[in-house]
Design a protein around this ligand. Structure first.
Ligand code: FAD
Length: 391
C-alpha cells in the first residue's frame, strides 16, 4: 500500500509551510473560523509578509514565482496542516489574476500588489440567480455614462460578500452569449448593498449577495477589453481548478492518517479495529485513491506548466480529487465512531469544507461538460457554445 504522503515530492517548501502553520497556530485558528466566521486578516497579513500569497505570480511582480506543480505541493501541505482556509487564501492572487494580467498599471498598484501583501481582499462577482453554470443568463449590465460605467444587477453566492474591499464584477456590455466585460469595483461605492448567507462549510468566506443599484464606477476601472471577460476567466479557472484538487487531497490525507492511527489503537472484539477487514479494506482503498488522484492532479499541473492545453483534465482533476477526498473523510468520520460525527474531531468540518469542491469554481456536472466538450466538440452555435462557469 502506498501511504499518500510517500508519493509527494520531497520539496523543502513543505517544511517551510509546516513551520509557518505551526508558528501561526493555523490548525486551531481554522477550527475557530468555523465556529465564529470572520475573515482572518491577521493571518492573511502574516501570509503576505512571509511570501505565501501569489505562489505562481512571477517573482518580478512580487510573487513566489513557483511552477504550478510546486504550488500544488505547497497547497497540499498547507491543507494537510490546517484545512482548506489558509490554502485557499494562498490562492487569492491567482483568483484575481485577470486583474494582474489585464488590469491597468493603476489598478495593479492599488489592488494586485497590496493583495500579495495581504492588505487588500478582492472578490469575484460572477454568479447570479439563474446564471451560475450557464453564464449566458447574466443580467447585470454595465452602461457607459460620460466618464463612468453604471452597474446594475444582483450577484449572489459570492465569497467574501461581507469582507472584500473590492470585487471584479462580470457584467453585460453587449448582447449575445459572450458579451461580458470585467470591472474592478470598490465595495464602498454608493449603491452597493451586501448581505451574508449562512453556509454548510467554509463559513469564514461569508458568502452572500451583493446588489448593484446604479453604481457609478470610473471608466478606467474596466479590466481588459470589452466582451473578453469570459475568455480571460477561462485561463484563470483552469489553473485554479487543478490547484484546488491539491488542496482537497491534502485535507483528506490528514483525515486518512489520523484514522489509520486510530484504528490501530482502538480495541474491539479482542483486537485492534484494523484487524477487521470491513475497516482496513476501505482505508487501503482510500490510500490508493488519494495517491492516484494526486498523481493525476500533479500531471495536470505539469501540463499547464509546459503551456499545454489542460482545461478538460484540470476540470476532471478538481472533480475527482474532491470525490476521493470526500470518500476518505467520510470513512474517517465512520471509523472514529460517534466521536467522528462530533465537533470534538476535525473530520466533520473537513467534510463540510471540502464539499464545496463539487460546486465552487464550476460544479461537478459542469466539470464533466468541460471534459466532454473537448472530447466531442460540438459546432459553434450549438448548445456547447453557451458559456458555463466558464468552460
Ligand atoms: C463555496 C462557494 C464559493 C463560491 N464563490 C463564488 C464567488 O466567489 N463568486 C461567484 O461568482 N460565485 C461563487 N460561487 C457560486 C458558484 O460558482 C455557483 O454556485 C456554481 O457555478 C453553480 O451555479 P448555480 O448555483 O447557479 O447552480 P446551477 O447552475 O443552477 O446548477 C444547479 C444544478 O444543475 C446542474 N447543471 C447545470 N447545468 C448543467 C448541465 N449542462 N448538465 C448537467 N447538470 C447541470 C449543476 O451542476 C447543479 O447541480 C460559489 C459557490 C460556492 C459553493
Amino acid at each position: 500500500m502506498t501511504d499518500p504522503a510517500q508519493i509527494l515530492p520531497d520539496d523543502p517548501l513543505r517544511e517551510e509551510v509546516a513551520h509557518f502553520a505551526e508558528a501561526n497556530d493555523l490548525a486551531r485558528r481554522a477550527r475557530r473560523l468555523d465556529e465564529q466566521p470572520e475573515f482572518p486578516w491577521a493571518e492573511f497579513k502574516a501570509m503576505g509578509a512571509a511570501g505565501w500569497l501569489g505562489l505562481t505570480v512571477p517573482s518580478g511582480e512580487g510573487g513566489r514565482g513557483l511552477s504550478l506543480q510546486r504550488a500544488g505541493v505547497v497547497l497540499q501541505e498547507l491543507a494537510y496542516r490546517a484545512g482548506t482556509a489558509f490554502a485557499k487564501l494562498c490562492l487569492q492572487p491567482e483568483f484575481s489574476s485577470i486583474l494582474r494580467v489585464h488590469g491597468s498599471d493603476r489598478l495593479r498598484a492599488h489592488y494586485s500588489e497590496p493583495l500579495l501583501r495581504g492588505l487588500v481582499l478582492v472578490g469575484n462577482h460572477i454568479t447570479e440567480a439563474g446564471a451560475g453554470s450557464d453564464l449566458s443568463g447574466i443580467r447585470t449590465t454595465a452602461r457607459r455614462s460620460d466618464d463612468s460605467i453604471v452597474l446594475s444587477g444582483i450577484k449572489t453566492q459570492v465569497a467574501f460578500a461581507a469582507d472584500a474591499q473590492a470585487a471584479i464584477v462580470y457584467a453585460r456590455t453587449e448582447g449575445g452569449a459572450h458579451g461580458l466585460s470585467a470591472f474592478l469595483v470598490p465595495q464602498d461605492l454608493a449603491g452597493i448593498h451586501r448581505e451574508v448567507i449562512g453556509d454548510l462549510g467554509e463559513r469564514w468566506m461569508r458568502r452572500g449577495t451583493v446588489r448593484y443599484d446604479e453604481v457609478r464606477v470610473p471608466l478606467e476601472n474596466q479590466v481588459g477589453d470589452s466582451g473578453r471577460a469570459l475568455e480571460y476567466l477561462k485561463t484563470e479557472l483552469t489553473h485554479e481548478r487543478a490547484l484546488l484538487g491539491a488542496i482537497y487531497l491534502g485535507v483528506a490525507r490528514a483525515s486518512w492518517e489520523e484514522t489509520v492511527r486510530e484504528v490501530g489503537k482502538r480495541q474491539v472484539f479482542g483486537g485492534p479495529l484494523s484487524d477487521q477487514e470491513a475497516v482496513s479494506f476501505p482505508l487501503v482503498e482510500d490510500a490508493t485513491r488519494l495517491s492516484s488522484a494526486w498523481l493525476y492532479v500533479y500531471h495536470v499541473l505539469g501540463c499547464l506548466d509546459r503551456g499545454e492545453r489542460a482545461d478538460d483534465t484540470a476540470a476532471m482533476g478538481k472533480w475527482w480529487a474532491t470525490e476521493v477526498a470526500l470518500t476518505a473523510i467520510d470513512h474517517a468520520i465512520q471509523f472514529h465512531g460517534g466521536r467522528g460525527y462530533s465537533k470534538d474531531l476535525p473530520h466533520e468540518q473537513r467534510w463540510r469544507d471540502v464539499r464545496s469542491g463539487l460546486l465552487a469554481h464550476g460544479t461537478a456536472e459542469v466539470m464533466h461538460r468541460v471534459a466532454a466538450a473537448r472530447r466531442w466538440p460540438r459546432p459553434r452555435g450549438g448548445d456547447s457554445a453557451r458559456p458555463t462557469t466558464p468552460s
